[in-house]
Design a protein around this ligand. Structure first.
Ligand SMILES: Cc1cc2nc3c(=O)[nH]c(=O)nc-3n(C[C@H](O)[C@H](O)[C@H](O)COP(=O)(O)OP(=O)(O)OC[C@H]3O[C@@H](n4cnc5c(N)ncnc54)[C@H](O)[C@@H]3O)c2cc1C
Ligand SMILES: *[C@@H]1O[C@H](CO)[C@@H](O)[C@H](O)[C@H]1NC(C)=O
Ligand SMILES: *[C@@H]1O[C@H](CO)[C@@H](O)[C@H](O)[C@H]1NC(C)=O
Length: 510
């Protein structure tokens, strides 16, 4: 089944490429550069003229729809639902290129989007139709300084490249768990790692951000230097500037134990109960991590175990050991090897929503029931390649405490044990977009309602798993939002990133 879909996917890709080629042949016409852009010209004319201006000023940095590279860059986003048609794409090779592009876009009032790994499935988070896409693909440096123990990462790097470079030094960072995801978006949304129970979120372990501000200047924000901006970037997404470099703390890493256990769908209630017990054990071992994927349309429940020490079958997972998996693959290996061994899904269109709640065994039983029997599950499964995955990520209170010890962040997290639960769907055809999303929204609303009725719902919405329709930054709490607005007044008084960068989670209006 998967291979058939793959070939129809390739056929549709071929169609898209043909259409794109035709469109280019029919002729995109770029007017001769106007040094002076007339007031009152339409946005698309202004964007087109600005792209032409940028092309003369920064030749190789600007990719126009008529260029061979355009199609591959346009379709780089992980979810095809996020493929757009930017007026042009900027691929800066240095922070100074980013400064030049930003200055021109701001001067000409041209809307833009910022993309790093392109893994947000929200269609306009990191893409745009009329306007310029700034893609950080070439800002992908990764280096390690043994003297300071810091890793320098470009936003356009993938986590695979990061771990490959750090492996040589037997160190790692509090970083992403899936290899192809981008550094930029994951860190700026907070970032959840297999090291988070021990050390906090990814953003809590950033030591400095290099940022291009709206006025085209560049600053390095650290605990000492621009500490307000430094704080705001820990979950502040694209609201304050374009981040061109991160420095992260590193940690020594040895062999670890872990892998994947696959259960049948009728075992879902038992696996969820075991997951509850795993999380509720007094003094949970902070080296133990799990991710639980409930995949009713695949008929399976997939438990990922990552234990950060070379110990086989550690006690931390004892609540799961009495269950018999249909399939098990576990072993001792490096963390990078383990993360690289999890199969990547190759479905084309994606959307998701998230909700946070405190652990509650009755609630888990209800969620299991809803996921298995809701008409929405049947509706999603009935679509071509329709796939529903409910993902339960246990967050120990220490994630929050460790973040506070490292200076704190604006996320407004409560220091309690919690589950970040995301409802993820994938499907094949663009024609099914509205049916798929309607089912997703309805199912998410049901789970939120269950958490609310059990009085365990938490306000926090994790940006990296959130739908564009969820108000992530408002969920950080009023005090944090007020402080973020003050930082915005200092670093972006003209609200360029608020208004000229329409995509991504924005500060809620005052
Ligand atoms: C398969 C998969 C696995 C995942 N695993 C994890 C995980 O383990 N932990 C986790 O926390 N999340 C995870 N996520 C969620 C992921 O963090 C988000 O999707 C995130 O947006 C991806 O980062 P990106 O750079 O690829 O995103 P993009 O789509 O490129 O960007 C996301 C947002 O960040 C903004 N942005 C990106 N780069 C910059 C920059 N340099 N400056 C300013 N703004 C910028 C964009 O404008 C956009 O709004 C996963 C997602 C997928 C699809
Ligand atoms: C959170 O879980 C830990 C087990 O890791 C437990 O010891 C602690 O009491 C729990 N905290 C709260 C606030 O319930
Ligand atoms: C579910 O099945 C699809 C194929 O229909 C596959 O691509 C996907 O990876 C599977 N998902 C999970 C979570 O196993």
């Amino acid at each position: 089944m998967v291979t058939q879909q793959k070939s129809s996917y390739l056929t549709s890709l071929a169609t898209i490429v043909t259409i794109a080629a035709l469109a280019v042949a029919i002729g995109f016409y770029y007017p001769i550069i106007n040094a002076y852009i007339k007031v009152g010209t339409s946005l698309s004319t202004t964007a087109t003229n600005t792209c032409a201006q940028l092309r003369t000023e920064l030749e190789f940095v600007i990719v126009l729809p008529s260029d061979a590279q355009y199609s591959a860059l346009r379709t780089k986003s992980w979810s095809q639902a996020a493929w757009k048609n930017p007026t042009c794409i900027a691929i800066p090779t240095s922070s100074s290129d980013v400064q030049k592009v930003v200055r021109v876009l701001v001067a000409n009032h041209v809307p833009f989007a910022i993309r790093s790994g392109g893994h947000s499935p929200n269609p306009l988070d990191a893409n745009i139709d009329t306007g310029v896409l700034i893609a950080t693909d070439k800002l992908d440096q990764v280096s390690y300084d043994a003297a300071t123990g810091l890793a320098s990462l470009g936003p356009g790097a993938t986590w695979d490249a990061v771990y490959t470079a750090l492996d040589k030094h037997d160190v790692t960072v509090v970083g992403g768990r899936v290899m192809k995801v981008g550094v930029g978006g994951l860190i700026l949304g907070g970032g959840l790692s297999y090291l988070s129970d021990l050390y906090g979120l990814v953003c809590d372990n950033v030591i400095s951000y290099e940022v291009v501000l709206a006025d085209g200047s560049i600053v390095e924000a650290t605990q000492e230097n621009h500490p307000d901006l430094f704080w705001a970037l820990k979950g502040g997404a694209n609201n304050f500037g374009i981040v061109t470099g991160f420095k992260l703390k590193t940690f020594p890493i040895q062999q670890i134990w872990g892998g994947m256990l696959v259960f049948t769908i009728d075992q879902m209630p038992d696996v969820l109960q075991a997951y509850y017990e795993y999380q509720a054990t007094p003094n949970k071992d902070l080296h133990a991590n799990t991710v639980l994927n409930l995949a009713p349309s695949n008929g399976s429940v997939i438990l990922t175990l990552v234990y950060l020490k070379p110990v086989e079958r550690p006690d931390a997972y004892k609540s799961f050991y009495h269950l018999t998996p249909a399939f098990e693959k576990t072993g001792l290996m490096t963390l990078h090897e383990l993360m690289g061994s999890f199969p990547a899904t190759d479905l084309p269109r994606w959307a998701w929503y998230m909700v946070a709640f405190k652990p509650d065994s009755e609630l888990f039983a209800q969620i299991s029931n809803v996921i298995a029997t809701a008409p929405e599950t049947a509706a999603i499964s009935a679509l071509q390649a329709g796939t529903l995955v409910g993902t339960a990520q246990p967050i120990n209170q220490n994630v929050v405490l460790a973040g506070r010890e490292r200076g704190g962040n604006p996320l407004g997290l409560q220091p309690v044990n919690q589950t970040w639960f995301s409802v993820n769907i994938a499907w094949w055809n663009a024609e099914d977009d509205s049916a798929a999303i309607a089912a997703l929204e309805s199912l998410h609303a049901k789970i939120v309602e269950l958490a609310r009725r059990a009085s365990v719902e938490l306000d926090y919405i994790f940006m990296n798993d959130a739908n564009a329709k969820q108000s992530v930054i408002a969920s950080y709490g009023e005090d944090n939002v007020r402080r973020l607005r003050a930082v915005q007044q200092t670093y972006d008084p003209d609200l360029i990133f608020q208004n000229l960068v329409p995509g991504g989670q924005k500060l809620p209006p005052a």
